[in-house]
Ligand binder design. Sequence first.
Ligand code: APR
Length: 168
Amino acid sequence: MSDSRLALARGDITKLAIDAIVNAANTALLGGGGVDGAIHRAAGPQLLAECKTLAGCRSGEAKITRGYSLPARFVIHTVGPVWSGGESGEPETLANCYRNSLQIAVTNDLRTIAFPAISCGVYRYPIVDAARIAVDTTSEFLRENNSVEQVTFVVSTDEIYAAYRRLL
Ligand code: APR
């Protein structure tokens, strides 16, 4: 069952003028490639400066910073699992990324939030499985938290868009 507060969009998450965008980071929280690189480029050097004060982030956990030069007010950094066959707790870790990021949004009274397809790039998570975890975990969280007004999944390839579209 999909929730009307869930939305799907193609495009660049760094362009969204919403309360928070989620970054698919790594445990060092010092930037990288993919969406992490795009967010740091768009936010400017102050983002890295604040990240350096956070002492990293464990897989499945999430930490919040300001958005600086991004149109989004905040960035919620989370670290997805690296896919290694599915027998090392990857599904639970990925679900924790969505739950912990949403919990930070609720704690900070943020109403509009967007996620990239966490772990679906460099971390090689199978796209259909990752999309199912993203939608199911987020739907379950929204059933228990009505302060969040909209969650947008922002994807950057046709394949990922199709995987989410089948679920929403
Ligand atoms: N907007 C939305 N989605 C994006 C953008 C963007 N600007 N740039 C990339 N993506 C998509 C990718 O196409 C992929 O589908 O985000 C998804 C996540 O891919 P990655 O960014 O590679 O993230 P992930 O697979 O979680 O790997 C994290 O990559 O960049 C490094 O520092 C990061 O070490 C960490 C690792």
